[in-house]
Design a protein. Structure first.
Length: 239
């Protein structure tokens, strides 16, 4: 078997620092107080402290094992909670939802409540920055066992991680992630659902929660959004 703690450590191996992280970090470093919604193992806020951020940094996530890894670094607030359960009142200048966290809120109620709680946590005029995969590109079509990732985990084990789409229902894709040995013996199977909203859908939810879109990009280099862009990257203001 492969434990939750093992999986959290493996996540960092499978998702090393990249262009999207540099994008988010540029906003974090310019903000005096930051709320990382769905912070996972805390890599973004860890890096911000290492880069000299001296203000308030707070990471929120319901994943206990991920937060245990995040807490390896002190001087940052780590809160075990879902986004909809946050109860701050105008305490942060910036909120981020990195690593496509925006997509894990698959129902209207969950997404609406999560955005409303994020808006309440921001000062008036504060920013929310997030990215979500562009549904027009249909990224899920490449999530199949024919495209596995081979990785050596933190304990030196050679593993193979693969995905399989179980269903596509409207704008929600449900898939499994299988962690196995290189010879194919399964160690763990996790299931997740992700929501692929288009620009119009995103903007409707943002408006309902009290946000106005400030800027939108199609990639992490701040290029324009087109129908072929892999991502819909949004910078919104708390109205």
């Amino acid at each position: 078997m492969y434990s939750d703690a093992d999986t959290a450590a493996l996540y960092d191996r499978l998702n090393p620092w990249g262009p999207s992280d540099d994008f988010y970090l540029s906003f974090v470093m310019d903000a005096p107080s930051v709320l990382d919604v769905g912070c996972g193992t805390g890599l973004l806020l860890h890096r911000a402290r290492e880069a000299g951020h001296t203000g308030r940094l707070c990471g929120v996530d319901p994943d206990v094992a991920a937060l245990e890894r995040a807490r390896r670094r002190s001087g940052i607030e780590w809160v075990e909670a879902g986004a909809a359960d946050m109860a701050w009142d105008r305490e942060f200048a910036l909120a981020v939802m990195a690593s496509n966290v925006f997509q894990v809120f698959v129902t209207d109620q969950e997404l609406g409540a999560s955005l409303a709680a994020t808006r309440a946590a921001l000062v008036d005029g504060g920013r929310l920055v997030f990215g979500t995969r562009n549904p027009r590109v249909r990224a899920w079509e490449g999530w199949n066992p024919a495209n596995p990732s081979d990785v050596v985990d933190h304990a030196g084990r050679e593993l193979r991680v693969s995905h399989r789409v179980e269903s596509v229902a409207g704008d929600v894709v449900t898939l499994t992630e299988t962690t196995a040995t290189r010879t194919g013996d399964p160690l763990r199977v996790d299931r997740a659902s992700l929501r692929f909203l288009d620009v119009e859908g995103i903007d409707a939810f943002l408006g309902d929660a009290g946000f106005e879109v400030e800027t939108r990009y199609g990639d992490w280099s701040r290029g324009p959004l087109t129908g072929a862009s892999d991502n819909i990257v949004t910078v919104a203001r708390a109205a």
